[in-house]
Design a protein around this ligand. Structure first.
Ligand code: HEC
Ligand code: HEC
Ligand code: HEC
Length: 121
């Protein structure tokens, strides 16, 4: 499996990047707003810590995007959990979970972005 890495080190030729997660050109996407608004990598890419080879956890369909955009509150995480591959990263009681959801809604103020022009510009 590591042969391409060794070959690349020897020859100086960069390894070709084969995209696993991609969108058609007519869809606008930007990582930064998602990270800033409390959406963790795991919500879209799955638990990378268990993947020997990267695979697509969720097909990047319009309904995948919209399911979250309609109700983003349920997907928010504290800033220190954004990169955590686990989902949820720690076990919390039901009451603690409800408190946390309220706190995160105050922190991020997520709005529901479902206009066509959000993603098709
Ligand atoms: C809201 C969903 C979402 C979140 C959250 C998200 N990503 Fe992505 N990511 C995507 C999409 C969609 C693409 C493909 C973009 C494109 O084709 O223009 C992508 C592409 C990528 C790629 C290139 C993948 C490839 O196959 O070449 C990497 C690497 C990546 N993301 C890392 C991250 C990391 C690290 C985080 C967390 C800090 C993160 N992403 C959070 C949706 C997301
Ligand atoms: C798990 C939740 C989640 C998923 C999945 C998700 N998003 Fe988002 N997205 C958000 C949140 C939260 C925001 C910030 C909304 C706000 O402004 O409060 C956002 C914002 C955006 C924005 C910026 C909107 C603006 O007006 O500035 C774009 C563009 C976007 N998302 C595209 C996508 C696309 C395309 C996909 C699917 C490939 C996707 N998103 C999947 C949660 C998600
Ligand atoms: C949150 C992001 C988002 C929003 C909002 C959104 N779309 Fe999309 N749309 C997508 C993504 C992602 C795809 C590509 C899906 C794929 O490749 O399977 C897509 C694909 C499409 C396609 C192509 C379908 C096909 O079969 O090729 C059309 C048409 C479309 N959207 C229309 C709309 C209309 C009309 C609206 C508003 C009512 C809308 N979209 C709102 C993300 C979005």
């Amino acid at each position: 499996m590591l042969k391409p890495v060794r070959d690349s080190a020897r020859s100086g030729e960069p390894i070709a990047w084969r995209k696993v997660t991609s969108l058609p050109d007519f869809v606008y996407f930007n990582h930064s707003i998602h990270i800033k608004k409390g959406i963790g990598c795991v919500s879209c890419h799955g638990d990378m810590s268990t993947m020997n080879l990267t695979r697509l956890e969720h097909p990047m369909t319009m309904s995948f995007c919209l399911d979250c955009h309609r109700a983003p509150e349920k997907h928010l995480r504290p800033p220190e959990w954004i990169f955590s591959p686990k989902n949820p990263p720690e076990s919390l009681s039901r009451d603690e979970m409800i408190d946390l959801e309220k706190k995160l809604a105050r922190l991020y103020h997520p709005s529901s972005k479902t206009d066509c022009t959000t993603c098709h510009r």
